[in-house]
Ligand binder design. Structure first.
Ligand code: MN
Length: 202
């Protein structure tokens, strides 16, 4: 009897899933983000009215399912005038290549141990810069106008770890003694940072 019930459930499931795929409007949407896509179209200026003064609009496998297994993705980054910042972060699965199309960006990354060498440059429209996979990098708007950059990433799912949020805004919080020692800070400073970033993250 149990076997029959399982069989019926299986047949129903197969029927429902075949109906669902039959009503799929078009496979095109798996491969395209169009300018009339209110949320993901890259013609739209990102809203930089936030504490950092920057906004990343990603186009990865979440927005374009057809990118799955293809090893590539894209993003638009907007920066507010006078200090809009894409804060220090890393992509665990992708190298990033960035082109500035508007404004002036001070960009950089830091090499791994033991050198921790900082590589920086001020970029103008048309300039291209590479952030190697896994390295901590940032972009900062030095100019008095909006800045806009586009970036290609070598993974359909590059991932992003924002350093300050991960370290001081983890959920639950990392034991302050650990951070006080690691960052050579007084514990009250760690508590201050944690309350600020925990608030931001959660
Ligand atoms: Mn990046």
């Amino acid at each position: 009897m149990k076997g029959v019930q399982i069989l019926v459930a299986f047949v129903l499931l197969a029927l429902v899933s075949s109906l669902a795929s039959a009503s799929d409007p078009s496979p095109l949407q798996d491969f395209c983000v169009a300018i009339n896509d209110a949320k993901n179209g890259l013609n739209k200026q990102g809203n930089t009215s936030n504490q950092l003064g920057s906004k990343v609009t990603p186009v990865n496998v979440e927005q374009i399912p057809g990118l799955n297994t293809l090893g590539i993705s894209f993003a638009r980054v907007d920066y507010a005038p006078y200090g809009g910042l894409n804060p220090p972060h890393t992509h665990p699965r992708a190298t990033e290549i960035l082109v500035v199309v508007e404004g002036t960006l001070y960009v950089g990354f830091v090499t791994s141990n033991p050198d921790n060498r900082l590589i920086t440059k001020v970029l103008y429209p048309g300039d291209v810069f590479v952030f190697p996979v896994g390295l901590i990098h940032f972009q900062f708007n030095k100019g008095n106008t909006n800045a806009v950059a586009f970036a290609g990433l070598s993974s359909q799912n590059p991932g992003v770890i924002t350093i300050a949020n991960a370290v001081f805004g983890s959920n639950p919080a990392i034991n302050p003694e650990v951070l006080a020692k690691a960052f050579q800070l007084e514990k009250n400073i760690v508590n201050q940072l944690q309350s600020r970033f925990w608030w931001n993250n959660n």
